[in-house]
Design a protein around this ligand. Structure first.
Ligand code: FER
Length: 277
């Protein structure tokens, strides 16, 4: 009888989850440029988008020691409603976080692509960023990503072109995109992360209509949000559904966390270390 109570206790309190459910803050200086370590490289690329009918920009971070003689997995890392392809780079310093993680041997070498997720002719974050056509452009980006950007990256960079070596994550609107596009295209992505996902996140039943398939296909599903973020219900309702459907995932609530880069940088630090391992 004691064992039954113990099992029930473990099942209830583990949420079928992972150790990462418990938030552990990144060490101090994880986002500070360290001297004397190898650095990766940031490039701006321009690709032709059939979806939008324009040439579009993205940033690409290649890791320290990057060489054309190897093939790399790729993380597509998406910005929020007020951002563009430079938002992560300017505010989230993924290149510094990653350089430090590589120096400590904590990261699998990967290419990081920072796209512009507002797929429309004028894709700058100017004027009313909440205007319906601009919000709609974050949904249109699914076609741009799958049909234009990914093929470009796979043509011009030495990458491994299968789902097991492709990850998608993002913050806020980009978190909604990552969940929508990642879970909606399990044949393309095995690693998915939503950081403080916004109201563009599809309802759980639409996101994951076939929990058994999702369970089989996903290598990592990461959902995290600040405790004090007004958007937390979108993460929570997704996690609650996944839990009820027994789809393993990380659900991290960041204590005192707001809708800001402190949360997103910590998320990137934790999430990236799990990728492609
Ligand atoms: C909204 C609230 C927040 C919304 C989008 C956001 C489209 C996105 C926030 C962000 O990306 O930081 O009602 O509707």
């Amino acid at each position: 009888m004691k064992q039954i109570y113990l099992c029930a206790f473990i099942l209830i309190f583990s949420r079928f989850g992972y150790a990462q459910d418990q938030f552990v803050p990144a060490p101090q200086d994880f986002d500070i440029d360290r001297g004397g370590i190898p650095h990766g490289k940031i490039d701006s690329i321009t690709y032709e988008s059939q979806t939008v009918g324009t040439n579009r920009k993205a940033l690409v971070y290649t890791p320290p020691g990057f060489t054309d003689n190897k093939k790399y997995p790729v993380l597509y890392l998406l910005h929020g409603i007020g951002g563009d392809e430079k938002e992560w780079f300017n505010n989230g310093v993924p290149h510094i976080i990653f350089d430090n993680l590589y120096a400590d041997g904590k990261l699998e070498p990967m290419i990081v692509v920072l796209p512009n997720g507002r797929a429309m002719k004028n894709d700058r974050a100017t004027g009313n960023i909440m205007a319906p056509d601009k919000v709609e452009a974050f949904a249109t980006f699914e076609q741009d990503l799958l049909n234009d950007l990914i093929p470009f990256i796979e043509k011009y960079f030495p990458v491994i072109k299968d789902r097991e070596h492709r990850a998608i994550a993002g913050l806020s609107m980009g978190g909604g995109q990552a969940l929508n596009f990642g879970l909606g295209n399990l044949d393309k992505f095995a690693w998915v992360g939503g950081f403080s996902s916004a109201p563009n996140t599809k309802s759980p039943e639409v996101l994951v209509p076939d929990p058994t398939k999702a369970k089989q296909q996903l290598r990592l599903l990461w959902i995290a949000c600040g405790e004090k973020d007004n958007l937390i219900r979108f993460s929570k309702q997704t996690s609650d559904y996944l839990l009820a459907s027994q789809v393993p995932h990380v659900y991290q609530v960041i204590p005192e966390g707001q809708h800001d880069f402190k949360v997103w940088k910590n998320n990137l630090y934790q999430f990236s270390q799990l990728l492609f391992k």
